[in-house]
Design a protein around this ligand. Structure first.
Ligand code: BG6
Length: 520
């Protein structure tokens, strides 16, 4: 990247595009969407003719909006603080439209604005309607777009829906029905930002672009799989939203289930969006339904109380802003599930996610079975572990294969060692933010990394018994883990004998660094 003189250059391959962002004055637009669009523009990944129309209820001038968005770009762009020339050029493409999301006038004005832009550009434009609003608006906006005729053009009009897609199966079905009444499925882009992460996309590359792993990627060689998405932060400023959601709805129904699908799916036949999505949804169809009576054996919930996070005193969840002082909402969830098919029969998949855990760590760990026969003397294999493959998603980005090696010396002694791939060490290209990838895909009309209606519904369907049973029997022991710890003790009880929750890669590395024998 050239220093200082980075100004926007257009990508000639892309057709004219109008981004209409409902909720254009909100946090998501400020923190994620506009910084991602700005970064795309800096990478020559925006069309020559594009416009960002931010729609919101409050009165705001174009200038005020741009100032606000500028501060977001300065904080969140992956290129750091924006150079004046680059920002000024980009900012010309942004405008504000005040409007009520429920009023036809808002949509009539948007339609007129799009038509004016197309006239100015002398070309038809893709119209991307992005719902960056509170979920209560998700049903309203597609209906209004439909009524205004703005959804009609199947090739050129698209709608982007943020999670949560529904609050449960019933509301997800209802929302999908509204979307389907106004848009074709091919026009609907349901975002799960995990799918835009490089390390998540890499799961497909790792599994299906290498012949080595697929032959052992099954119940014969794999003992169990754990998927951890741990966050060190609490609910931050989102208590109001989170207290009505909880970890199951906020993280498991979407991000963790998506990771599960990528790990467990069958190889795709081609890289077509629907082929990949078909393979993923097959996993959810094969997920063994949880019996309501068995929820206690398959699922554990937790809520953080006061504790220590990052060496500082951290408040409990119930003390957070926007959270009810007697809240029963879970900030931690762990689940055990099985995928009933030939590949995975009886292999447990353990999922866990939580807020205010000791550190941020998103990892998938594939624990291989022990060798069928141990031929080494007992003394040689103290500290022996079966091989383990960790796909580290964040903050460590890479893959670590742990296996046994001979420890140097006259005696035969085995010790676990690692073979590792790190994104930073192997590639000099920086990882784009997930939103960059996803917005680029929406522009290119590529739905591979987006959730299809049936997939969202299948994930809800699988989760409903847990949601229902938990709602019917409020927890009596909340808060049941201290901020800065790995969640409630009961999480251990989900594990079969001999299984364990892995220690995140970063911690393993730190421990090894401390215990490494000094060379003489
Ligand atoms: C969001 C959740 O979808 O994902 C948040 O609503 C969570 O609660 C966030 O913090 C985690 O995303 P990431 O990319 O920081 O792991």
């Amino acid at each position: 990247m050239g220093e200082g003189l980075r100004t926007m250059k257009a990508n000639d391959q892309l057709e004219s595009t109008v981004f209409v962002i409902f909720g254009g004055g909100g946090d998501l637009t400020w923190r994620k969407l506009v910084p991602a669009l700005f970064d795309l523009s800096q990478d020559r990944s925006m069309p020559a003719d594009f416009s960002v129309i931010a729609v919101d209820r409050v009165p705001l001038s174009d200038e005020k909006l741009r100032q606000r968005l500028h501060s977001g770009v300065n904080q969140f762009s992956r290129f750091g603080k924006a150079k004046d020339a680059a920002w000024n050029e980009f900012a010309q493409h942004i405008s504000y439209q005040q409007g009520d999301f429920k009023k036809p006038q808002t949509y009539a004005a948007l339609g007129a604005q799009c038509a004016t832009l197309e006239k100015e550009w002398g070309a038809k434009a893709h119209r991307i309607f992005y719902m960056a609003t509170p979920p209560s608006m998700f049903g309203e906006i597609p209906k209004c777009l439909g009524k205004a005729g703005l959804a009609r053009d199947r090739e050129w009009a698209r709608i982007v829906v943020e999670k949560p897609i529904g609050y449960n199966l019933e509301s997800a079905l209802a929302l999908n029905a509204i979307l389907a009444a106004n848009f074709e499925e091919s026009q609907i882009f349901r975002i799960d930002h995990y799918l835009g992460k490089e390390t998540v996309q890499n799961i497909l590359a790792f599994r299906f672009a290498n012949p080595l792993f697929e032959p052992i990627w099954n119940r014969r060689y794999i003992d169990y799989v754990t998927i951890t998405v741990a966050e060190a932060v609490g609910v931050e400023h989102r208590g109001g939203y989170y207290d009505h959601a909880g970890a199951l709805r906020d993280m498991v129904q979407n991000h963790l289930m998506q990771l599960l699908c990528l790990v467990a799916m069958e190889p795709m036949v081609s890289f077509q969006a629907d082929e990949i999505r078909n393979k993923k949804v097959d996993v959810l169809h094969a997920a063994r339904p949880i019996d309501r009576d068995a929820v206690a054996q398959c699922a554990v919930r937790g809520q953080y109380g006061p504790g220590n996070g990052d060496g500082k005193k951290a408040p409990g969840y119930r003390q957070e802003e926007g959270v009810a002082p007697d809240s029963q909402t879970e900030t931690f969830a762990a689940l055990k599930l099985f995928v009933d098919n030939w590949r995975w029969q009886d292999v447990p998949f353990y999922l866990r996610t939580g807020k205010c855990l000791p550190r941020q760590a998103s990892e998938i760990s594939i624990q291989f079975r022990a060798v069928p026969h141990r031929s080494f003397p007992v003394g040689a294999s103290l500290g022996w572990h079966p091989s383990r493959l960790v796909m580290a998603i964040q903050p460590v980005e890479g893959i670590v294969l742990g296996f046994q090696a001979k420890y140097p010396g006259p005696k035969m002694q085995l010790r676990p060692v690692d073979m590792r791939f790190s994104y930073h060490g192997s590639f000099d290209a920086p990882s784009p933010d997930a939103y960059e990838t996803l917005l680029w895909d929406v522009m290119k009309n590529d739905a591979t990394l987006f959730m299809r209606a049936d997939q969202v519904e299948a994930a809800w369907q699988w989760l409903m018994p847990v949601l229902d049973v938990w709602a019917e029997a409020p927890p009596s022991d909340f808060p049941n883990y201290a901020a800065g710890t790995w969640g409630p003790e009961e999480t251990q009880g989900l594990l079969a004998c001999g299984h364990s929750w892995p220690v995140p890669t970063e911690l393993v590395e730190q421990e090894k660094a401390k215990t490494k024998p000094k060379s003489h």
